[in-house]
Design a protein around this ligand. Structure first.
Ligand code: 13P
Length: 263
């Protein structure tokens, strides 16, 4: 069996929230509490906060990423922001979020083009995948998620794959207060990992981090992080609260320490 150490990752997707002063205040209170825990932290604020926050976070281990990118490098694309522009202020981009797919009509093809554009600019990607409630009810969750994953990751080389993280976010669990159960997450992550061994190879699969997202809170975090194959979380609402996000961070670091101690 291939084993690889996957450093746990806690990502906070702020979505379209917080003005600049609130953003600076939140990050200032997170900075001391997220130091030295042994887990990676990635904050995904709105575009306009990337520059001030990049200055605030300079020299810290907290990473910054964007919530979106356009796949063309430059040109007449009013309102869009390109990967070469983002690459000056942050190291990662979230693509494939269900809000981008459903509200803004982003197809698998668009998601794949965005992913390639940001990887070509040297950045890392968090690829979000997940099924709707209807798809879950129809029993097609796993095939849907595997299809979304293949559409995005297909054709990437090993080096590009090493800069990707998958976030499994069932749409019905996002912002609803109704997280997927440990059994549901465990089943999906197992299906994803088995599939990835075949599609990208055992070595790449063993290195690839998979996060869970959807109503993660301090109360359910430890249980979610105990699921084999889950390497962290992509947090929405609770990432806007310094105490809540810190508590989730400590739950992640504690689960890693426990796993290490148990080896
Ligand atoms: P919530 O944590 O608010 O459910 O949001 C999850 C999410 O969409 C993160 O990308």
């Amino acid at each position: 069996m291939t084993t690889a150490y996957r450093r746990p990752l806690l990502a906070g997707n702020w979505k379209m929230n917080l003005n600049r002063l609130d953003a600076v205040e939140l990050v200032s209170s997170l900075m001391p509490s997220l130091a030295e825990g042994g887990c990676d932290v990635l904050l995904l604020p709105p575009f306009v906060h990337l520059f001030p926050l990049s200055r605030l976070l300079a020299g810290t281990s907290i990473q910054l990423g964007a919530q979106n990118v356009y796949f063309e490098p430059a040109g007449a694309f009013t309102g869009e922001v390109s990967a070469p522009m983002l690459q000056e202020t942050c190291g990662a981009v979230l693509v494939g979020h269900s809000e981008r797919r459903t509200i803004f009509g982003e197809t698998d093809e668009v998601v794949a083009r965005k992913l390639r554009a940001l990887l070509s600019s040297g950045m890392s990607a968090v690829l979000a995948v997940g099924e709707s409630g209807e798809i879950r009810d129809s029993g097609m969750s796993a095939s849907h998620v595997l299809m979304q994953t293949d559409a995005a990751l297909g054709g990437l080389d090993q080096e590009q794959l090493s800069r990707c993280v998958i976030a499994y976010e069932p749409i019905w669990a996002i912002g609803t207060g109704k997280s997927a159960t440990q059994a549901e997450v465990g089943e999906m992550v197992t299906a994803l990992r088995q599939h990835l061994v075949g599609s990208i190879g055992a070595d790449a699969e063993a290195r690839l981090r998979i996060l869970y997202g959807g109503s993660v809170t301090p109360a359910n975090a430890a249980g979610l992080f105990a699921i084999p194959g889950v390497d962290g979380a992509l947090v929405g609402g609770a990432s806007l609260d310094a105490d809540g996000f810190t508590a989730i961070y400590h739950a992640l670091c504690a689960s890693t320490a426990q796993a290490d101690g148990g080896q």
